[in-house]
Design a protein around this ligand. Structure first.
Ligand SMILES: [Zn+2]
Length: 296
């Protein structure tokens, strides 16, 4: 990965294209992941997390990359929250798509997941590498981008900036399609089904992981060829879902209401759950059954 070598370059900040799962979405992905951490992962994550006044876990820090990306010193990270694909192809290819607006290779969400996975891995294999990497940042970026890559419109068409330029109404409110998928579907679900309580929604997803989805969880976790992380698979799924569900019947000016909400909510719930399971699986592969990180 050349991510760090070229990180000194100032990148164009695509403001409209850099939005993410909202705070609730990222919290949910990381909270679900925490429930599947193996013991070594629990210990490693605890040591890497910043001190928290209320003793919170990883989920409390999973929106940090969104909070800092507009600061000048972190602007280079803003392009790492998504990957753009060609119009209407409905597929994703790493070599074709994973670059920034200046065609710098690896500068996209999947490249970032590979990069931060490799940083955490190399630190566990070779203590000399630790001086080059901030492993706390690596953990937080990996956890955040693993959520983003599961939001279908984070692997979506360049021409509409992943739905950001598609202006729609969400019930009676003007919005854009990207924001609908980052926030509005989750917000409406919280209001409609969970008494506006995020913990209740997370509990419902945890229950589904134990029952309805339990047969699917092993396949969600698996990563071919003994890789530690499989973001290319997740991005391919996302653009497929973007074409089949997000973009469908959501042309500019459309009013999206019950029909869209009720048919897309199951997709959002499953992507949040898959994000959580796969974040846990990736961190377990990095931290478990490995020599301890030096200094931890
Ligand atoms: Zn993001």
């Amino acid at each position: 990965m050349r991510l760090w070598i070229v990180s000194v370059l100032v990148l164009t900040h695509l403001v409209l294209g850099a939005l993410c799962w909202g705070k609730d979405g990222h919290y949910t992905v990381c909270k679900l992941a925490e429930g599947f951490f193996e013991d070594d992962t629990i210990a490693a994550v605890k040591k890497l997390l910043p001190e928290s006044v209320d003793g919170g876990g990883l989920a409390d820090f999973c929106s940090w990359p969104d909070e800092i990306k507009k600061l000048s010193q972190w602007q280079w990270t803003s392009t790492l929250h998504y990957v753009n694909t060609p119009e209407y192809r409905c597929n994703y290819e790493y070599c074709r798509d994973c670059h920034d607006t200046h065609k710098h290779k690896d500068w996209c969400v999947t490249g970032a997941i590979f990069n931060y996975t490799n940083q955490l891995m190399s630190a566990s294999e070779n203590s000399q590498n630790i001086v080059h990497y901030n492993l706390t940042e690596a953990l937080l970026f990996l956890s955040h981008y693993m959520g983003d890559v599961h939001q279908p419109l984070h692997t979506a068409f360049l021409g509409d900036l992943g739905g950001n330029t598609i202006i729609v109404n969400w019930y009676h409110n003007k919005s854009n399609l990207h924001h609908v998928w980052d926030n509005m579907i989750i917000d409406s679900a919280l209001e409609t089904y969970y008494n506006s309580s995020l913990p209740h929604m997370i509990q419902a997803l945890q229950a589904k992981l134990k029952n309805g989805w339990s047969n699917d969880v092993p396949s969600w976790k698996s990563c071919h060829f003994h890789q530690k992380a499989c973001p290319n698979l997740y991005a391919s799924e996302s653009i497929d879902l973007a074409c089949k569900y997000a973009y469908r019947n959501a042309t500019p000016g459309t009013t999206l209401g019950d029909e869209y909400f009720l048919s897309r909510l199951p997709v959002v719930e499953k992507r949040l759950a898959q994000g959580g399971i796969r974040l846990a699986a990736t961190l377990n592969r990095i931290f478990s059954a490995k020599p301890k990180l030096a200094g931890l």
